[in-house]
Design a protein around this ligand. Structure first.
Ligand code: FAD
Length: 439
């Protein structure tokens, strides 16, 4: 056992944990970061595509340079550069059995119905303060499955298909698994632009998320223990004790729990977490996207494809044209969901899926990661199911004794984004500093 060598233990070396560790170290605290994986970054993971020399993001990827203010402040602080995904030049859609090569895949009537839906959604969005916990606002009526919410509008099959594709692209879930309130609470973060949910993102870190993550870690000077999955967290009146599955026991005056929401139930907390936090963690988040990467030839230049439930891929686009990859093809990124039989690591399967849109396409290599089966993620980015946020949003992030909580899954603003992780990490550090100053 290590004695009280540390002031603070930070559990989890994702964006939230590293932000908290850096801020606490800057406040003079001796910090140890305890991470289950053999790398930092968590759900942000930049590594070579299919054993080539060209790297891609398997997890968190795009940023909004205008809205992601805290993440951009971090990038600026460390001089981390952004680059841009190419603007699409060729559009293809597969909706209601019809293949189209056009930027707008819906009829004028459907466009009018979409405008009406957007108007109605914006009226509801006006009721939401994205900076405050949703259980402290009068919005429980919106915490219903998106499927039920959309059913009220009598939308045509192609329009419903298009919207369903956007929902799956933004959440990794089917309409029934996701709360209308969750997606509505994103809209203020998208500058009130509901249709931004259907846009492809553009900006990304030029040298990958690891560029920023590593600089944050280096700047913190915190000690890092990798390959050390935490099994138990026990707190007493004056300290916190963390036991790892490797049998190590670590002690400090306080801890930041910066773990994925879906992994919280794997830790034995003593005393137990509050009944509300435990209930929220037991519900968990539903994000279960399949993010695919493929090296493809015989594609139209800079293509963007969208599809509805009949298509095995909801959205795909050229992220790195062949001239940039030097790999003899374009690198295409795409998203699908668990209920589709698509195996993103099977070259032939992926080629058949892409050929539903572009019959000439040839897939040379594929890559991806199964985040749902990953024991230290158990899901992709946060997609809250109905009944979670209007009941447990405050409890999920509430401090418990000497434990403060962080992570993009429990953020109010930018829940599910890297921005949300950074924001909650900073808040957690401030909270723990205050607790340690008092006790
Ligand atoms: C496929 C995919 C695409 C995404 N795309 C985007 C995007 O384009 N833009 C965007 O902003 N966001 C995106 N996200 C979301 C973004 O990556 C996450 O919201 C963010 O990185 C989460 O940071 P975090 O620190 O809260 O959690 P995490 O990054 O999950 O960090 C938690 C850490 O805890 C560790 N851990 C888990 N269990 C234990 C344990 N028992 N003991 C010790 N350590 C443990 C994990 O290994 C992990 O390192 C995407 C995510 C995925 C998966």
């Amino acid at each position: 056992m290590n004695g009280d060598t540390y002031d603070v233990l930070v559990l989890g070396a994702g964006f939230a944990g590293l932000t908290a560790a850096r801020d606490l170290a800057a406040d003079g605290k001796r910090v140890l970061i305890v991470e289950a994986r053999d790398r930092i970054g968590g759900r942000a993971w930049y590594r070579p595509f299919a054993d080539t020399g060209f790297s891609i993001e398997l997890g968190g990827n795009w940023v909004d340079p205008d809205g992601n203010t805290e993440l951009m402040a971090e990038a600026e602080r460390y001089g981390v550069a952004l680059s841009q995904s190419p603007h699409p030049e060729h559009h293809v859609s597969l909706l209601d059995g019809i293949l189209r090569h056009a930027a707008c895949p819906i009829t004028d009537d459907d466009r009018a119905a979409l405008d009406q839906l957007v108007k109605e959604v914006l009226v509801q969005v006006e009721r939401i303060d994205p900076e405050l916990p949703l259980d402290q606002q009068d919005v429980a009526d919106l915490d219903v499955p998106l499927h039920d919410y959309l059913d009220r509008f009598g939308l045509s099959t192609p329009l419903r298909g298009l919207i369903g594709g956007w929902i799956r692209e933004n959440t990794g879930c089917a309409e029934a698994q996701i709360s209308a309130l969750h997606l509505m609470s994103w809209i203020p973060n998208l500058n009130g632009d509901v249709l931004a949910l259907g846009h492809t993102p553009t900006h990304r870190f030029a040298a990958g998320t690891i560029d920023l993550l590593q600089r944050m870690l280096d700047d913190s000077g915190a000690e890092l223990r990798l390959s050390s999955p935490v099994a138990a967290v026990t707190q007493s009146a004056d300290h916190v004790e963390v036991r790892t599955h490797n049998g190590e026991v670590l002690r400090a005056r306080g801890a930041v729990i910066a773990l994925p929401l879906n992994c919280l139930t794997d830790i034995a907390f003593e005393p137990a977490l509050s009944p509300e936090k435990a209930a929220g963690a037991a519900i968990g988040q539903s994000g279960a996207a399949k993010k695919l990467w493929a090296l493809v030839t015989d594609l139209p230049p800079k293509v963007l494809g969208v599809g509805c439930h009949e298509a095995p891929i909801d959205v795909f686009f050229t992220d790195y044209p062949a001239a940039e990859t030097g790999l003899g093809g374009d690198l295409v990124v795409g998203f699908s969901t668990q209920e589709r039989p698509l195996d993103i690591l099977d070259r032939e399967d992926l080629e058949a899926a892409l050929r539903r849109y572009l019959p000439e396409a040839s897939v040379l290599k594929v890559d991806g990661h199964d985040w749902l089966a990953d024991p230290y993620a158990k899901g992709t980015w946060c997609a809250a199911p109905a009944g979670l946020l209007s009941k447990y949003a405050s409890a999920l992030e509430a401090t418990e004794g000497r434990l403060v909580f962080a992570g993009s899954d429990i953020a109010h603003a930018f829940r599910g984004w890297m921005e949300g992780a950074v924001r909650t990490g900073a808040i957690a550090a401030t909270r723990l500093s205050a607790i340690l100053a008092e006790r």
